[in-house]
Design a protein around this ligand. Structure first.
Ligand SMILES: CC(C)(COP(=O)(O)OP(=O)(O)OC[C@H]1O[C@@H](n2cnc3c(N)ncnc32)[C@H](O)[C@@H]1OP(=O)(O)O)[C@@H](O)C(=O)NCCC(=O)NCCS
Length: 232
């Protein structure tokens, strides 16, 4: 369980050893986690089979619904499609205020300090590449990718004004990824798989759902394109 802010907690790992499942251990762990959350709103990334249980426990508000995809990175994904009006740069320290202003358009009712804590935890890691897109009007999107084990990569976030910005962000994120690497990404349900990631061996897996207990976050889904269903 992570303390995200004074009024929001995030339920991360919830796992019982395979041979000991269905004996009530999970329910005991669950009670202890809920007790430690107290009166706060609690957020979790749901496993599909457990949704009836989460709902029974009061997780009745739904947030992002995402679908896990994988694809092998090809040369074509790293080239072309430059959008002259959109500039993409690695996220530097001086860019944080602008990024947080943009983020505020996406997560409309989440406290800015709280959001900064989440983003710094997600984007500040050594294995993470974070990029921000601008045009003449200012920030138009940002995204991040992290390196996983076995030379695989995961796109954690892509928030953007439109599909051209998504493409420009992905191009920059992928530019140094070796061809043939396995890429994990989670498009938000309702958004197409970005053109750039529609490679030959694109695979679709399970749906993930972010659920909340007391209140749903006010998220503007127009800006959400790819969102990982797990905080680090
Ligand atoms: C989810 C998990 C932690 C449950 O642990 P457990 O010790 O088997 O749970 P319990 O025996 O205490 O059961 C708790 C409740 O979950 C339900 N449940 C457990 N496994 C379930 C499954 N595979 N499908 C549907 N419901 C399930 C039980 O029916 C019970 O609900 P009930 O009291 O209404 O009948 C365990 O299955 C697990 O580790 N799964 C893999 C990791 C995972 O998916 N974690 C959830 C991500 S948030």
């Amino acid at each position: 369980m992570f303390n995200i802010s004074s009024d929001l907690a995030y339920l991360g790992m919830f796992i019982v050893r395979k041979d000991l499942r269905r004996q009530g251990i999970g329910a005991k762990l669950w009670s202890a986690m809920m007790a430690s959350a107290g009166e706060r709103n609690v957020c979790l990334d749901g496993a599909k089979a457990m949704v009836p249980w989460y709902t029974k426990q009061g997780f009745v508000h739904h947030g992002h619904r995402v679908v896990l995809h994988t694809v092998r990175v090809t040369q074509a994904m790293k080239l072309g499609g430059a959008h002259a009006a959109i500039k993409v740069a690695s996220l530097g320290n001086g860019m944080w205020p602008m990024l947080l202003d943009y983020d505020r358009k996406v997560y409309r009712n989440l406290d800015r300090n709280c959001r900064e804590r989440i983003l710094r935890a997600c984007l500040g890691d050594a294995d993470v590449k974070a990029v921000m897109a601008t045009n003449v009007t200012g920030v138009v999107g940002y995204g991040s990718m992290h390196r996983k084990e076995n030379d695989a990569y995961g796109i954690r976030y892509v928030y953007a004004d439109d599909a051209d910005v998504v493409d420009a962000l992905l191009r920059t994120l992928l530019v140094d990824v070796p061809e043939g690497s396995l890429l994990y990404f989670w498009p938000v349900v309702g958004k197409d798989v970005p053109e750039r990631l529609r490679g030959g061996d694109l695979k679709t897996y399970e749906t993930g759902l972010r659920m909340y207990t007391k209140a749903k976050l006010d998220i503007d889904e127009n800006y959400t394109w790819l969102v990982s269903a797990h905080l680090p």
